[in-house]
Design a protein around this ligand. Structure first.
Ligand SMILES: Nc1ncnc2c1ncn2[C@@H]1O[C@H](COP(=O)(O)OP(=O)(O)OP(=O)(O)O)[C@@H](O)[C@H]1O
Ligand SMILES: O=C(O)c1ccc[n+]([C@@H]2O[C@H](COP(=O)([O-])O)[C@@H](O)[C@H]2O)c1
Length: 224
């Protein structure tokens, strides 16, 4: 499963768990993007922070692993490179499944090398609240190379988590506990860059603009 994971949240983890169960996967490899080219107009956290959060969030599941393959490759991140590199690393006997949410799937025809992509992995598109899960037009995906699948609806996004942190609102239970602590410890998401575009979605717009989180409070009162 590829993602910017800025930060990783329970929507990602539930989607991965559901797909692993449905297809009896031996392993789910979480691959944080290096430089997501379709998010170049946005500020994205340092790759090491996103990588470490992904490691923390997946540590308790023996079938979940994290790959540095995209963050260690220079230049923009393309899934076609991810899949080629994983094939080289894992060998020819492995079957790959690439997990995408409905929003990412709806953009897939714009991805680099899309004509080859579906030869490299079986794609699984999962439902996501607020996004319609639809197949690309007939003929765009080789037969049998895409499965659409319903997963429990978790209306969580990384954007909403960042906005909540900037507004001093809790993100407990939207992300694993270790991620709340990591974000506080590293002082991530203090700026409210996403806030305007997101106004009205998290209640953030009703808060005073200068209300920034007091990092110490996370530890004095972890359930603030
Ligand atoms: N709540 C969710 N349910 C199902 N799939 C999800 C959910 N959140 C993200 N995904 C999927 O996980 C993958 C990685 O998503 P990404 O890291 O961009 O998270 P995001 O929440 O969409 O982030 P942002 O809000 O910053 O755009 C994508 O395929 C995305 O569609
Ligand atoms: O290969 C591409 O051109 C491409 C374009 C956009 C997104 N992706 C991949 O889709 C996954 C989810 O991306 P994102 O930006 O929604 O976090 C991640 O693995 C990205 O590398 C891939």
């Amino acid at each position: 499963m590829g993602g910017t994971f800025d930060p990783i949240h329970h929507g990602h983890l539930v989607a991965a768990s559901e797909v692993a169960s449905r297809f009896a996967l031996d392993e789910v490899v979480f691959v944080p993007t290096g430089r997501p080219w379709q998010k170049e107009d946005k500020e994205v956290s340092e790759p090491e922070d996103r990588y470490l959060m992904t490691v923390i969030a997946t540590a308790s599941n023996p079938r979940f692993t994290v790959s540095r393959i995209d963050i260690d490759r220079p230049g923009p991140t393309y899934t076609i490179d991810t899949l080629h590199d994983l094939r080289t690393e894992r060998g020819d006997d492995v079957d790959f499944y690439f997990i995408t949410g409905a929003d990412a799937l709806s953009q897939i025809l714009t991805w680099r090398g899309v004509e080859e992509l579906f030869d490299l992995a079986h794609f699984v598109g999962v439902t996501r609240p607020g996004h319609e899960l639809t197949e690309p037009p007939i003929g765009q995906v080789p037969d049998g190379q895409l499965t659409l699948m319903e997963v429990p609806a978790l209306s969580i996004s990384s954007t909403a988590c960042r906005v909540r942190v900037a507004a001093g609102e809790p993100i407990w239970y939207l992300v694993p506990d270790g991620i709340v602590q990591y974000i506080a410890k590293r002082g991530l998401y203090q700026h409210d860059d996403d806030r305007q575009q997101f106004e009205g979605h998290s209640g953030a717009g009703t808060l005073p603009a200068n209300r920034l989180p007091d990092i110490g409070k996370f530890f004095d009162d972890p359930y603030q």
